[in-house]
Design a protein around this ligand. Structure first.
Ligand code: SAM
Length: 243
């Protein structure tokens, strides 16, 4: 099977219609990724067929969850995952891809320009320093940080009524349960884990879905050193010492 065939077969299992332009865009992105990866650390995946399954189809699996969203942010996008495959597939959704490493954002801007994508912007920024508070209808993220850290980077940016989808390894149950209290403090619901097998592969992954139901208290996000040192804490359950 060729990369094109694998991509088409996979996308057909996810999307109602797969356009030739969409497939061409993915293949151009793959070529640029593998070429740039020779001189810059973008991905550990170096086989073209693996780029299709481990990156493109894995990310495409969450397209049905965000296709009707208005404005989506991808936190710690790296070489564009999951945000760029989603932007290629969901033309009517606006995407903002952010990463703390400028070189990766420069690469993404080259890809965006080469593909002529109009619905995506790549910005060099740290998530915890962004000023766009509660302004995205959804946030996505893959392989960036432990869920309690990631939730503090992400949930402040999501509108009440919006959602956050974190793409995680299959065995994320402990990580998710440890983050549940922090997520509640940050305005999110109890996270729901859904496991899935990436189409045309035997790769099993998990998506963690969180709905934003309350404003995030203004003291979050804190500075990164504080975020990574300890999760948000609620003081409401603490008993004051009696004298
Ligand atoms: N999401 C991509 C993927 O799945 O291939 C990249 C994952 S890479 C392991 C993690 C990325 O998150 C890095 O590119 C790093 O620069 C970025 N990152 C880590 N902390 C960040 C922060 N606070 N704000 C923005 N980007 C961050």
């Amino acid at each position: 099977m060729t990369e094109r065939e694998l991509l088409i077969k996979g996308l057909e299992q996810i999307c109602p219609k797969v356009y030739p332009q969409t497939v061409d865009n993915f293949l151009k992105f793959s070529d640029m990724l593998l070429e740039k990866n020779k001189v810059m650390n973008l991905t550990a995946v170096t086989e073209p067929m693996e780029v299709i399954s481990r990156h493109f189809l894995d990310c495409a699996m969450i397209a049905p969850d965000i296709i009707s969203e208005e404005k989506v942010i991808d936190i710690g996008t790296g070489a564009g995952f999951p945000g760029l495959p989603l932007a290629i597939l969901c033309e009517d959704t606006q995407f903002v891809l952010i990463d703390a490493l400028r070189k990766r954002i420069d690469f993404l801007n080259e890809v965006i320009s080469e593909l002529g994508l109009k619905n995506v912007t790549a910005i060099h920024a740290r998530a915890e320093e962004l000023k766009e508070r509660q302004s995205f209808s959804a946030a996505v993220s893959r392989a960036v940080a432990d869920l309690s850290v990631l939730s503090e980077l992400t949930l402040p940016l999501v509108k009440v009524g919006g959602k956050f989808i974190a793409m995680k390894a299959q065995d994320c149950k402990d990580e998710v349960s440890k983050a549940t209290k922090a997520i509640e403090i940050l305005g999110g619901t109890k996270p729901v884990i859904k496991t899935y097998t990436v189409v045309q592969s035997d790769i099993v992954r998990a998506k963690v879905e969180i709905q934003k139901i309350k404003d995030t208290p203004s003291k979050y996000p804190r500075r990164f050193a504080k975020i990574s040192a300890s999760p948000p804490v609620s003081y409401t359950h603490l008993t004051l010492p009696t004298t």
